[in-house]
Design a protein around this ligand. Structure first.
Ligand code: GLN
Length: 480
């Protein structure tokens, strides 16, 4: 058993056949992850006691002849914006460098009830703001496929851990692409469910109307099994839906002939070289699987980046107001008075990107500018949602690139925040509309860099989305 070669299914089989115990697997996975981590900086810290305790419980269930759970014994990693009781949770920020949460996120409770073994917490852009993981206060994550390149962001550590083999699957969060884009850059599967499909309780908030819990896995089946565990109503998050949860893994097989696939012309017209070539090959593969491919239009695309960056900064400026040096955070030393305590704690604690967004968000919400920016952006968001509903009258799924380019070099874009924002063009429409979306590996560029294909589906149609991704994966992606 080598941790890097495991999938959820293989862990299940290995435990059932008594080839290894959950405790043996957890100990080996921890050893391997700790040894490999200096290469990528994917994990910020490990929680061996918690992992071994979870593994012991799985072994006890097995010894009693019980089902170990859908994720029994599976080594997991969690993005460090997801609260873990008693285990440090930093959100990639200096401000929370010593924060120990008093409770678990619902997603964490659900994973552990299903037998998952949480190895540790992964690196991310500070408060999940970024597209390259270079905004972490604890150093960037290097892409395991090409160590001089970024792993993507903001869930870069989770994607890198799964790609590197130091976790079988991982949780991330996706506000505007932070699960799909790093999944694409690292060559793994990344799934973001419908807004309301899975609980956000216990995620450190960035932009609450856009934040989703998402997951990263080595294949579509593992993603489906994990989503099954996370999906459903949670009393602690009033935005979760009562809609019944279908059997995702059970509905993966079967053919996808006749599925109507739409290609937004606004996305493909300017798509550069290597990514464009791979996408075209991927689309031909979908055609060979029997999908009916047609062009569609999402006319409001041009305004999506501006709309997203107004809404997300507005919400961030409000959500981040709580880090004041009194609650949660590291406190600035020797303040002169209360106002100085707030000011210097925030000044010393937040990194440049958070400060930029707090200022932008405060500006667009301020009297006199609210109507011109924030309110206008809300109207544009409604138009984007209308574009999407109209498209789904014609097609069953939408295929899109994830990013205009594959993983770029560390430092290449960090001095140009606007260029970094613009690179989110293909992911934020789904976020603003709240529909399920995912990245499935499409193929590799001649230099060997992974490129993902994005699948967008109707609200609550995760099953249809995963089924198409599964067929595409089995056919060999763009190389079919
Ligand atoms: N790259 C986007 C941003 O910087 C998305 C981040 C996210 O999804 N958390 O806001």
């Amino acid at each position: 058993m080598h941790p890097a070669s495991l999938t959820v299914q293989r862990v299940r089989e290995g435990l059932a056949a008594r080839r290894f115990s959950a405790v043996e697997l957890a100990a080996e996975a921890l050893r391997f992850a700790e040894a490999e981590n200096p290469k990528t900086n994917a994990y910020l810290h490990f929680c061996p006691e918690r992992a071994l305790e979870a593994a012991r419980q799985v072994d006890q269930r097995l010894a009693r002849g019980e089902d170990p759970g859908a994720l029994g014994g599976v080594p997991f990693a969690l993005k460090d914006v997801i609260l873990t009781k008693g285990v440090r949770t930093t959100a990639g920020s200096r401000l929370l460098a010593h924060f120990i949460p008093p409770y678990d996120a619902t997603a964490v409770t659900l994973l552990e009830q299903a037998g998952a073994v949480i190895l540790g917490k992964t690196n991310c852009d500070e408060f999940a703001m970024g597209s390259s993981n270079e905004n972490s206060a604890f150093g960037p994550v290097r892409n395991p496929v090409a160590l001089d390149r970024v792993a993507g962001g903001s869930s870069g550590g989770s994607a890198a851990a799964v790609a590197q083999g130091t976790a079988v699957a991982a949780l991330g969060t996706d506000t505007g692409g932070s699960v799909r884009q790093p999944a694409s850059f690292c060559g793994v599967v990344g799934v973001t469910p419908t807004y309301g499909r899975a609980s956000r309780y216990g995620l450190i908030a960035f932009a609450s109307s856009l934040d989703h819990v998402g997951l990263l896995a080595r294949n579509v089946k593992d993603a489906a099994v994990t989503l099954q565990v996370l999906a459903g109503r949670d009393e602690m998050d009033s935005t979760t839906a009562f809609a019944p949860v279908p059997d995702y893994a059970g509905r993966l097989d079967g053919d996808v002939r006749g599925v109507r696939v739409g290609l937004p012309k606004e996305y493909f017209s300017g798509l550069p070289g290597e990514t464009g070539d791979l996408m075209q090959r991927g689309i031909r593969a979908l055609g060979r699987l029997g999908c009916q491919v047609s062009e569609i239009s999402l006319p409001v695309t041009d305004y999506a980046v501006a709309c997203y960056y107004i809404i997300c900064t507005a919400e961030a400026s409000s959500n981040l107001a709580r880090y004041d040096g009194v609650h949660y955070t590291t406190r600035s030393k020797d303040p002169e008075n209360l106002i100085d305590l707030y000011r210097s704690t925030r000044g010393e604690g937040f990194g440049a990107e958070c400060k930029r967004r707090i200022m932008l968000g405060t500006y667009v919400l301020s009297a006199g500018y609210y109507d011109a920016y924030y309110l206008k952006a809300q109207k544009v968001r409604a138009l984007i949602a209308r574009d999407i509903s109209r498209a789904f009258e014609e097609v069953d799924v939408i295929i899109a690139p994830v990013s205009p380019f594959p993983a770029f070099r560390l430092g290449e874009k960090i001095d140009d925040p606007l260029e970094m924002y613009l690179s989110d063009i293909y992911t934020i429409t789904a976020s603003l509309a709240g529909i399920p979306c995912m990245s499935v590996p499409c193929g590799r560029t001649p230099a060997g860099l992974p490129v993902g294909m994005q699948i967008l589906a109707r609200h609550f149609d995760e099953a249809g989305m995963l089924k198409l991704a599964h067929a595409f994966e089995r056919a060999g992606g763009a190389d079919a």
